[in-house]
Design a protein around this ligand. Sequence first.
Ligand code: SF4
Ligand code: SF4
Length: 332
Amino acid sequence: MNDLKDAIRQYALQLGADLVGFSGIDRFDANHPRQHPASIYPDARTVIGLGFRVLRGSFRGIEEGSTFYQYYTTGVETLEEVVMPEKLLALAGLIEDFGYEAVIQKRIQTVMPGRDQTNPETEDSKITKGVEQELQLDFTEAAICTGLGEVGLSGAVLSDDFGPFQRFAFILTNAELEPDPVVIPHLCDRCGLCLLACPGQAFAETPVERVYGGQASQVHPLDSWQCAVYYKGGNRSTNPFMPADALDDVPNREEILAGIRKLSAQEAQAILPRLGFYPPGRHGLTASICGRACDRACYAHLEEKGLLKRRFSEPFRKHAPWRIETEGEARR
Ligand code: SF4
Ligand code: SF4
C-alpha cells in the first residue's frame, strides 16, 4: 500500500498540488456525523488532503491598493472552479485505476451548513436559502488531520510553505493508506495581528477551544455575516470604490462604514445587496475588497519572523497597510 500512497503523492505533486497529506478516518471527530468521512462514504478508510497555493502575487494589487481584480479571480475563482476540480478528477482517476474508489470533496460555496448562514466569498443573493448543505467534510478539520498545517488564532490553517495562503480539497478512498503525522503547532504565536487587521471586526472578542485531529487550539470564531459585509468593502477607509452617498438612508451608517458596528444577520443581509461597488466574479463569487486583510497580516508576520519555508527576494509587506483618509486620498 505504500507504493499506492507514493504514487498518489507523486502524481498529485506532478499535477500541481502544493501540499499532500494522508489521514485515517479515526482522527475525525465522531461527534460531528454531518462532517465525518464515514457518513459521507461508509467505506472510507483514508482521507487525502491537497493544498493549492494562492499566489502571493494575487494579493499584491490589494496590498498596494492598486488593483482588486486579481485576488478574487486568480486567488479564489480560478483555483476553486478551474484548477482544483481538474486536478482532483485526474488524481481520483489514478486512484480508481488502482481499483479503489475515490470520492471528491470540493468546497460547496452556494449552500450553507445552516439555514441562517452566509459565505463571504459568494454573493449572498446566490446562496440557496432554506436548504441545508449536504454532508461535507469540515475542511479545517480535514486539513489538520491530513497533516497539512496547524490552526491559527483566526481559524485559518497555516502551513510552513505558504502561511495562510492556500486552499484545500480532499479525496476519500476505501484504500487503507498510512497516515501522515498531524503537525505539532509551531507557527501561530497568538500575536493577534490577524484579528486587528480586519476592517469590520469580524472575529469574536473571546476565543473558544476547537479540537481538530485530537489537538486543541484557541480560535476566535468568525462572524460570517460581519465578514461578508467587510469582505465586500463595507469599510469606506479601505474601499476606494465606495461613492460618497453609500448607504445614505441606512440607520447607524457612520458606524457601519467605519467598521465598528456589530451587525445582526438581518442588518447584514439588508446591506449586502447595496455593497456592489465592484463587479462580482462568475460562479456567484463576491469581489473581495478587504483582500483577506486578516490573512495578509498573518503572512507578513510569519515571514517577518522567518518562519516560512518559501523565501522571496523581497518581503511581502513593504509599508504599513494603506487606508483612505478622505474620499480618493490614500495614505501610506
Ligand atoms: S496573525 Fe498571529 S495570531 Fe493570527 S494566525 Fe497569524 S500568527 Fe496566529
Ligand atoms: S479581513 Fe476580510 S476576510 Fe478577514 S475576517 Fe475581515 S472581512 Fe473577513
